[in-house]
Structures are given as structure tokens and as C-alpha cells.
Write a protein that binds this ligand. Sequence first.
Ligand code: ADP
Length: 671
Amino acid sequence: MPRSNSLTSRLRALPERARDWYVQEWLLLLFAVGMLLFIYFVAKHEAELERSEILRDSALVEQSISRRLDSDQLFLDRLAIDMGDERFSSAEFDRIASNRAIESGYITDILRVKPNLDVTRHAPALNSLETLRANRAPFVDQIRMSAITEKTSRSTYSQPFRNGTGRYFIEYAAPVITQTRYDGTINAVISFELLLLRAAPEWAHSKYRMIIRDSDGIGITSAEATQLETNAFQHTIPLSLPWRNLSLTLVGAKPTSLLPNITLSTAVIALTALMVWTLISLRKQQRMRQLAESERDRVYLQSIASLKTTNERFETVLDSLDVSVYVSELDSNSILFANARLRETFPGISVGQDAREFETGFVESPVTRYPTLRLVRDDGEPGEVLVDELEHRATNRFFLMRTRAVRWVDGRLARLTTLGDVTDRVFAERIRQTQQEKLTRTSRLMSIGEIASTLAHEINQPLAAIANYVNGCIRRLRGNGNPDPTVIAAMEKAEAQVSRAGAIISRVRDFVRTREPDRRPLDINALVTETAELVESDDEARALRVPFDLEANLPQVFADRIMIEQVLLNLLRNAREAMQHLKPHERVAIVRTRRIDGDMVAVEVLDRGTGIPAEAASQLFSPFFSTKADGMGMGLNICRSLIEYHEGRLTFEDNTGGGTIFRFTIPLNEG
Ligand code: ADP
């Protein structure tokens, strides 16, 4: 027998709920069986009690009847003896017999029967002789009784018989002996029905139904008694009468003594029924609950499924966005959700990570910039949306960050942040801005040029006039003869200063002259050597030597010759001025040319001058920034404009071992 078939292991195999129910059913069964057994034993006990009681009662009833009949027999025998006495009068017979019959209640008639069967006396004379005849034993029986009494001189009974009304009777005959001669009998007709009614004790009537039956089992006391009794509580005993096999049956249909026990049984049955009912309704309830639970489970599963679909939809939408999206908890900053775009753009980011860690990767971290105060209103609800453009350090890309507080699915406050890549726009914007700046600078340059030309033109007129007047004066002084040589010398100095002023003005005008750029292929090395010749000088104030370090076989550049000359001149002049404190022969500025990446040529001017202090470096290219007493501060600014116009760059750096290197780049012709 495999163990799995045992009850306990089967119970263990059941789901818990079903197991409970299994146990309940077993308990119910046990209880019901117990109750039935209990009822059975109680009933059995009761039946035994009733049995012994009915036995006793039967005996009592039988005795009571027998005693009455015994006493009646005695009376009748006595009356028969008295009747044999000549002195006993007929009136005496009538009186005594009537009294006895009426008193007994069941002796219907007492008769004086002669040996020839004639009835000579009849008491109590309630019935007519006709009726009497109909109520008596059958004639054969009368003959038989007469014969027996005559022969034995003893009393006898007739057979029980039915008279005309259908009732059962019996007749008793006691022999009358008159002086040793048989002289007929004294007969008494006894009604069985009345006998039972009168002779049985009062209590027996209230307790039992009683039937007297003959030897064939046919009830002779009542019509209904002819039916066979099937009632459980009945007992039959023989009636101890000297004649036939009559029996007395007591039927305990409604015995009063059994009532409490019936109540007990009823209570037990009712209780059992109640318990069964309770268990059944419990089971019903349980089944309903199970149904409800399975329904709830189904709805739950359904809602889970639909939630899943919703969630998938939600994630599909968010993952297919071009914008990076993440949600972080407002308090802990822990990332609750990150869409696919975010994970692609910023590899390594994951749910559960600290959002601040990620956000500090931007040039200006929004964590410090966005106080929670603004994101959440006073009433605790989501507040402002904050927008900012930020540069991501690691990727060097720009993002438009929008961040706002939202209620997350579980009710927590969270921050929903989107990052749109705006790098292209930012770069386009920057280019536009640079171009705008360039334009501004160029237009400024143009206007400075215009001012300078106008100024030069306006000042040239008076300067020319001054020169003319001074010349005229000198001529007149010489023509008059004997002029004061000191006056002549002074006048000549004045003239020289005037022409110097004119030269300065024309130089400025040339420098800032507005003209259309004219770019052509150029040999940069040749240009460098020619320009350097213009600034090289040996005189003390303007001393400068310019050695070259030129890359051989450089391809031609594509540039405006005059503009590049101007830039180079300006750089060499600045170099000389930076070395003004050195001895004249120490003032050396090297010019170097090199081809560099991107099809460009770099031209560098290296000096051993003062160098550029850090605080000046940032302003060097600003217009009108100058550290010199007579400096205009426009040189570098204009130079940078000219180089940027050529799509090149003008930069500077410290020269190792002192001084500065200025470098500009210009594109090759084919580039
Ligand atoms: P300016 O020469 O009229 O002052 P610039 O624009 O040419 O105007 O130069 C601006 C300033 O830059 C100068 O006043 C000087 O202080 C600094 N500078 C330019 N070139 C050099 C250099 N080679 N060495 C040191 N300082 C320089």
C-alpha cells in the first residue's frame, strides 16, 4: 500500500482550503454517526424500560380483570347455590342479581335457566326477552353448557360470541342443585367491551390501548382491534381464565412516561439537524467565498494583464521617443525609470542609481540649480517646470533639460526629467553668433577706417597749408637777406614736424583703409621676407632684427597680400615694442612658417620681450586695450578680424625662456 494513499498524506497533498473542508466533512460525519448511535442507544434503553413497564402493567391489568371475574364467578356460584334453596324467593333473586349486574357494569344480564333451557327469571330486566335471546350464546353452546353443568355440577363458560350488534360477549353458567337434583343454571352474559372498560384499572386506560383477543388473534373488544397491531410498544399475555385461550394485549401508543425521553431524542435530533444545517450553510458560504475569491483572482489576473499591456505600451512609447527621459525619486534621488534613449545616450545609467551622480556630469548640475522648493508647491503638489540648456562633460553635447515634479504611480513625489539633444542647434547658434560678432567687428573696422580717412583728409588740408606757410616764411626770410639762422632752423624743424604729422596720418589711413579684400594664391615665404625688410632697422630707437625659420617648398596660400602684410607688420611692431627695454642688438624677432594639419600654414612671430601677464591675456584682443602710453589698442583686434576673415585663427602663447609667440594660420590655395 503506497504511503501516498493514506489519509494524512492525501490531506497534505490538498490545498489548505480544501484540506480544511475535508476535515470538516469528516468531523460532520463522525458527529452524525455519534449522534445516531446515541439516539439508538437511548431509544433502545427507553424501549427496554417501556418493555419492562408494559410487562408489569399487563400483569396488573390481567390480575385486575381476573380478580373481578373471580369474584363474579364466586357471586354467581353462590347465587346458584342460594337458588337451590326452596326458601330463596324469586324477588330476592331479581334484587341481588340486578344489583350485581348494574354494579359490575359489564354483566348485561343474569338469568335463571331451567334444564329445558327456558329462561324463568331475568335481571336486570332492561332488555326485552327478544333482545335477550339475540344477546345470548348460540343455542348449541347453551345446550353444551347445560350438559356440562348437569354432568359435572360445576360452572362453565360459553365460547365468546358476537351478538346482533356485532359486539363480543361470553356467557357463564353455574349449576343450580335443588336437593341433590340438577335444576338448570344461573347464567350471566358478560360484555367483553364493558369488562375491559370497567375491570381494567383507571390508569391503564389513560396509558394504553387494551385489546382482548381470542386464540385466533382476532380482537374481540373493538372493531378496530381486528387489525393487526404493528406498534412497537405492545405486550400480550394470556388471560388466566379457566376457559379458552383468550389473551390481553396492551399497546403503549402514547405512554406518558416516555414523553421526556422523546423530548430528549427530539432535542438531540434537532441539535444534530442544527449542526448539519450550520455546516451546510458554512459550506455554502465557503463555496461562495471561494467563488468570490476565484472571481477576484480572475479580475486580479485580468487587471495584471491589462496593467502589463498598459505598462508595455507606456514603455514602448517612452522608449521610442527621441528624447531621453528619466524619473527619479524626489527625496532619495534614486532613479525609478529610464527610457531606452537615455540608456543609449548615457551608457552606464541604470534604475536605482542616484540621479545626482548622473546630473553632476553636466557642466552646471541641475541639482544645485533646481531647488526642490520650486519644483513642489507649498501644498505639496507638483509646481514649476524648470528648463535649462546644459553641456554634458563626457560627451561634449548640449541638452535641453526640462524637469518637473510629478506624482509617481505609487503616489510618491518624483522628478520627471527629459533631455533633448540640442547640440546641433547650439553649434549652429554659436556659428551664427561668431559670424555676427565678426560682422560687428568688421563693420566697426570699416567705420574706424572711414573715420580715419576722413580725419586724415581733413587734417591733411591744414597740414598742407601749414607746410606751405612755413615754406613761404623760410623763402621770404632768405630773400630778404641776412636772416637769423636760428629762426630759419626753427622754421625748418616746424616744417619737418608738419610733414611727419602728414606721414603719420597717411599711415593710419593706409592701415585702416576700407577696401575690398582681394584673395589670391601667394608665396607666403616671399611675403614674409619682403615684409620683414620694412621693419628691420639698425638705429637705436627702432632697432630690430628679423631672422627667418621658413619651411621650404610650402604650397601657395590663398590670401589678400596687403591684409597679411598688415598683420605681420603689426605683430613685428608689437614684438619690437615689447623688447624696447633690451639693448638694440638684442632685439630679435624670429618669423617661422610651417605647414600644419587641415591644409593650413602657420606663421609665427617669436620674441624675447616682456611676455603677457595672465590678467592681460584675456583682454588682449579687446578693442582699445593697450598697455602703452601712445597705444591705440586696435592692432590685435584688427589683426584677428583680418585672419578670421581668411578662416584662420590668431593666437598667442608664452615663449619658452621668456617672451611671447604670436601665431596666425591661413589656408592653402587648394584647401
Ligand atoms: P597697441 O600696440 O596700440 O597697444 P595692440 O592691439 O597691437 O595695441 O596691442 C595691445 C597690447 O598687447 C599692447 O599694449 C601690449 O601690452 C600687448 N602686446 C601686443 N603684442 C605684444 C608682445 N609681442 N609682447 C608683449 N605684449 C604685447
